[in-house]
Design a protein around this ligand. Sequence first.
Ligand code: 5GP
Length: 186
Amino acid sequence: MKNILFVISGPSGVGKGTMVHRLLKAGKLSLSISCTTRPPRPGEENGKSYFFLTRERFEEKIKERGFLEYDEHFGNFYGTPRNFVEEKLKKNSVLLEIDVIGALNVKKSYPEAVLILLAPPDGETLRARLKGRDTETDEQLSERLQRAEFELSKAAEFDYVVVNGDADETEQTLREIISKEENANG
Ligand code: 5GP
């Protein structure tokens, strides 16, 4: 059996967080924790939500090739720490939840990663899920839907595409993928 880096990706609102949470519950998988230069929000603990780094330290880490991928969002850096993931992989398979661009960048720096794209059953379902959150203005909603279309256009670059209709079925499919990959030869 091998320990594998599973990258769970997909558009905002598709249910990545819920699935990662469900998969972690069984206890056999580790979660990758990202580094960021943004300040902690109330209640966020260093090493739990994120590793909070200064911009200087983050830039040093970029030079040291310390990230499997990194990106800038809203003026702050975010990255997947290579050492942390490699240490976790010594014990268990690792789950990494990230957007589609991030996922494709991980594949470039770590080709052994298995990329899973979660897709909505259809555009209407995604729109309804994003609306249900009630955190988006109409403008944000249409931006997110446009972005979702772009992200789903990258499906062919993923190892698996799983349509997230019924949550129990999706969880089961993901568990099957994980066990198949962990037990594959070669
Ligand atoms: P927040 O500051 O709200 O926690 O996250 C802002 C954005 O950063 C989210 O879209 C989140 O998905 C993204 N993000 C979090 N960690 C990483 C990471 O390690 N790499 C990349 N590329 N994006 C990340």
